[in-house]
Write a protein that binds this ligand. Structure first.
Ligand SMILES: O=C(O)CCC(=O)C(=O)O
Length: 338
């Protein structure tokens, strides 16, 4: 039984002043509270994709809505400001195509980035590295943006362990910045995702950056251990995740760590687990996880079925990264979180 009368929520077709379907409804559900949001799991995919297309970030959006409980006009102004001061006609068209369940395919598709060998590697190991996806200049600009945001100096270790910084574990909540946006929209990275998804109607997440400094006697690694970021309700739909290394990253420098090939065993492993065992509580450290070394500008895509984590940084320099993922909105999502 619904706790809340549907009629008090805005209709999906109420576009507000931006002309975007579902935005007012998203706001009205959040203002009504998380319990109400949770009553419409079938709308999660649409709401999240809308937030991604607008480029405003899932966490900042919900933190603002739940924390500030703004009126709709204030929310619209916040969205426009966080979308860069202006919402383009193409963005509005993309949002509304989503609502109408139509695909928007980007123009100017570039030549394939992943080679046939890369594709075989992907099928076998569940991850792939795109070398030199981003230029050294763009990496340097991105590192500077992240360090400025954290008020740290990449080369000065006395600045790396500041108490009270805005970091969340190893995550840096910097979402929008010219250099970071440029990487996010890299045609090379996008093309690689299109090849893996075998479709061109993908949208990109507006995700965080990351800073993983060397461990010291008093500072210990703040990762969360091997995990999945997808619901384990079966069948688990195809999905990807991605990370851009902005520093050269040695295996012992906090590198992304995955269990290669697990995407091919996941289904049977889940099936064979005794019923009382929660897959998220299984110790995955004996599954032969490997840290992936790569250079600044290299982009790694992994299948979201691979257990993964970053790792303790035992080197002398920090690992600095940007997270981003292209995905097919509304494609076979599992609404129930297991
Ligand atoms: O930072 C990394 O290497 C892995 C990040 C991670 O665990 C995640 O994106 O879920």
């Amino acid at each position: 039984m619904k706790l809340f009368d549907d009629t008090v929520l805005a209709a999906s077709t109420d576009t507000g002043t931006t002309g975007i379907y579902q935005l007012k409804r998203l706001w009205s559900k959040a203002i009504a509270g998380q319990d109400i949001v949770n009553q419409y799991p079938e709308e999660y995919g649409l709401d999240n994709a809308l937030i991604d297309i607008l480029g405003i970030g899932l966490l900042p959006t919900y933190q603002y809505l739940y924390g500030q409980k703004p009126g709709f006009e204030s929310f619209e102004n916040w969205v426009i400001a966080h979308a860069g001061g202006h919402i383009t006609d193409f963005t509005i068209q993309q949002c509304n195509a989503l609502f109408q369940n139509k695909s928007t395919h980007h123009q100017n598709i570039i030549a394939d980035v992943l080679t046939p060998n890369d594709m075989v590697f992907w099928q076998t190991h569940g991850y792939v590295i795109i070398k030199n996806a981003v230029t050294p200049q763009d990496c340097a600009a991105s590192r500077k943006a992240i360090m400025d945001y954290l008020e740290m100096d990449e080369m000065d270790e006395t600045t790396w362990y500041k108490e009270g910084s805005s970091m969340q574990g190893i995550m840096v909540p910097l979402y929008r910045n010219a250099a970071i946006d440029k990487n996010r929209n890299s045609p090379v990275i996008k093309r690689a995702f299109e090849q893996l998804w075998n479709r061109t109607d993908l949208i990109v997440t507006t995700d965080k950056c990351g800073f993983n400094p060397p461990e010291t006697a008093s500072f210990k690694y703040r990762g969360i251990g091997l995990h999945w970021d997808v619901s384990l309700a079966t069948p688990i739909p195809f999905g990807t995740q991605g990370i851009l290394y902005l520093t050269d990253t040695a295996v012992n420098q906090g590198a992304l760590t995955v269990v290669p090939g697990f995407q091919n065993n996941m289904q049977s492993w889940l099936k064979e687990l005794p019923e009382h065992v929660n897959p998220r509580e299984v110790d995955l450290s004996s599954f032969n996880p490997i840290p992936i070394a790569a250079n600044a500008g290299d982009f790694i895509i992994w299948n979201h079925l691979l257990p993964h984590d970053s790792s303790p940084n035992k080197a002398s320099l920090p690992r600095i990264v940007q997270y981003l993922n292209w995905y097919a909105p509304l494609a076979d999502v599992q609404n129930e979180w297991i």
